[in-house]
Design a protein around this ligand. Structure first.
Ligand code: GTP
Ligand code: SPV
Ligand code: MN
Length: 590
């Protein structure tokens, strides 16, 4: 075996250096590369990635600083069946997570990692989840043999020496080990050890499976730590809503994967809403903690967007289109002959000739999609013209409203407000959504996805609900909780609500309700807007569709309550009684 140069660079923290050394002895890389986060390092690694064929340089006139990556076709989304929560007992992980005993999983994965980096380089990536200097920020270190992961982590997190500075000589950092192996789905594991603040990911090189700061640390480990430390880690966007008189209201919203968070967080109001402005704080993850003034404060732990490409265009999301014009990594989209990118739903005519996401020639008569439905862009948040200036504020922003929303063709109205926090928790807990391409599985089927956290809760979902209920005691001025559904359809299968920019109308009502500026009408589900308080100026043609989108069909709702029971029965031993009472109250109102 080659002798490995182990000398640490950039840090003298022996907790870090010893662990890196242990992992290097296990994985046996030829080299260790200590990332510092500098621009020079980025250039060096990018050149190397291009040389090795990991990245393709895109047309630099059209897309300066942009690169393209194709993943293995067997590795294009998160894989929930390979994702494990390895708590001491099965009960702690709960019935909605895959569980394995920590010792057994360590043994298996260390076995797979043995010598796995021979002939490769191990990159040491120090990173922060959260603004520099925030008391809510967490330090992570990811070891990986994928240069693509390094370059993505560099966009998605505050990466480099800044993390060692925040860490000091502490041992409180997340230990993440990632090795691609041969990218074989049969040897793919994304394992979390919440009690050790450790993550091991093997056999994948895609997205949420391998960018360990994102779903693994910020949500699965984060939710576990949040329960212990009295805060909340949620799959939520965060946005600032500025009114024409400069009043700012901050809103967080949980929608399942590929259900509209990135789009909503970058919304540009329609022309009737002159003077209104949306500022993006985050598009995927919120860490929230009660502040000294009794309000709930949120930070976005990320520094970039790993967004869905298909459907993104100058009409649906102009801010995203501007964000991804430079310094962006595209994964699994299609390529034009002049090395521009393309996907289904991009602006302009369909190009006559493309190379599809698998690298095959593609024409408009091809049966398959040119871009994978879960193809993505990785772009720095600082490219976003609507970026909120508070994103780097260590305190975060005070949240006035929390919105829950799924993808539901029927039953769920466009908008209603829950009666109070407990009722809001019930509505979040019983959320359903049709499955999307963001995870491997059956697309279109409705499944319960509580708070959009089903794939991301790092402990027992019943205890997670209890944590939500308990948090109320620590928040003197709790956010108001709302339910939305952009995806209700008419009987011909067309969306009833135009969505995107027009969602501003729903948002304005939510903001008005937060400030006590309008009354509302009570229904069995909650409060809905009175016609005179819901601004439809310029959208008068849609009034009858709006009414249809707001309809509450009692028969559908009785079926809905019965279908919610499936999850409640599964969670029964740990389900807080408050939620069972909420169910009874809803049935009584229906
Ligand atoms: P993740 O990154 O997987 O967490 O997804 P996300 O929640 O950020 O979803 P995103 O904003 O990327 O939207 C996913 C899909 O939903 C896109 O194809 C959009 O076109 C579609 N979408 C977003 N907003 C709306 C809307 O208001 N109405 C309709 N009909 N579709 C929408
Ligand atoms: C999601 O699936 O919710 C995502 C993409 O945001 S991934 O990073 O792959 O989890
Ligand atoms: Mn997401």
């Amino acid at each position: 075996m080659k002798t490995l140069e182990l000398a640490a660079q950039n840090t003298q923290n022996s907790n870090v250096t010893q662990w890196v050394e242990e992992m290097a002895i296990l994985c046996k890389p030829d080299h260790i590369f200590w990332c510092n986060g500098s621009d020079m390092e980025k250039e060096e690694l990018t050149c190397e990635a291009v040389d090795k064929g990991v990245l393709i340089q895109l047309n630099q006139q059209k897309l300066p600083g942009c690169y393209y990556h194709r993943s293995n076709p067997n590795d294009v989304a998160r894989v929930e069946q390979c994702t494990f929560i390895c708590t001491q007992t099965r009960e702690e992980a709960g019935p909605t997570n895959n569980w394995a005993a920590p010792e057994e999983m360590y043994r298996k994965l260390y076995g797979l990692c043995e010598g796995s980096m021979q002939g490769r380089t191990m990159y040491v990536i120090p990173y922060l989840m959260g603004p520099i200097g925030s008391p809510m920020t967490k330090v992570g270190i990811e070891l990986t043999d994928s240069i693509y992961v390094v370059l993505n982590m560099r966009i998605m997190t505050r990466m480099g020496n800044v993390a060692y500075e925040q860490l000091g000589d502490s041992k409180d950092f997340n230990r993440g080990l990632h090795t691609m192996l041969d990218v074989n789905p049969d040897r793919r594991y994304i394992a979390h050890f919440p009690q050790d603040n450790t993550i091991i990911s093997v056999g994948s090189a895609y997205g949420g499976n391998v960018l360990l700061g994102k779903k693994c640390l910020a949500l699965r480990i984060g939710s576990f730590l949040g329960r212990k430390e009295q805060w909340m880690a949620e799959h939520m966007l965060i946005m600032g809503v500025e009114s024409p008189v400069g009043e700012k209201t901050y809103v967080a919203a949980a929608f399942p994967s590929a259900c509209g968070k990135t789009n909503f967080s970058m919304l540009i109001p329609p022309k009737q809403f002159q003077g209104w402005k949306i500022w993006t704080v985050g598009d995927d993850i919120a860490w929230m903690k009660p502040g000294p003034d009794g309000r709930l404060y949120a930070i976005n732990p990320e520094a970039g967007y790993f967004g869905v490409a298909p459907g993104t265009n100058m009409t649906s999301n102009p801010n995203a289109m501007k964000t991804i014009q430079r310094d962006t990594i595209y994964t699994n989209v299609a390529l034009t002959p002049d090395l521009d990118v393309w996907w289904e739903g991009k602006d302009g005519p369909v190009p006559p000739k493309l190379t599809d996401w698998k690298g095959n020639p593609w024409t408009p008569d091809s049966k398959e999609k040119a871009a994978h439905p879960n193809s993505r862009f990785t772009a720095p948040m600082h490219n976003n013209p609507a970026l909120a200036k508070e994103v780097d504020d260590p305190q975060g922003v005070p949240i006035s409203a929390i919105i829950f929303g799924g993808r539901r063709a029927s039953t769920i109205p466009l908008i209603y407000q829950t009666f109070n926090w407990i009722h809001g928790v019930y509505v979040g807990a019983t959320m359903g959504s049709e499955m999307t391409a963001a995870a491997a599985g059956t697309i279109g089927q409705v499944r319960r996805d509580p708070m959009a956290m089903l794939p991301f809760c790092g402990y027992n979902m019943g205890d997670y609900f209890t944590h939500w209920l308990k948090m109320r005691k620590h928040i003197k001025y709790p956010p108001k909780i709302f339910s939305v559904n952009w995806f209700r359809k008419d009987d011909r299968g067309h969306f009833l609500w135009p969505g995107f920019t027009e969602n501003m109308r729903v948002l304005k009502w939510i903001v008005d309700r937060c400030h006590g500026r309008c009354a509302a009408q009570e229904t069995p589900l909650g409060w809905v807007p009175k016609a005179e308080d819901f601004d439809m100026e310029g959208l008068e043609d849609h009034l009858s569709k709006l009414n249809e989108a707001q309809e509450i069909d009692l028969e559908e709702w009785k079926r809905e309550v019965i279908s919610q029971d499936e999850l409640f029965i599964k969670l029964y031993p740990d389900l807080p009684r408050e939620l069972i009472f909420q169910r009874e109250l809803l049935i009584a109102r229906l």
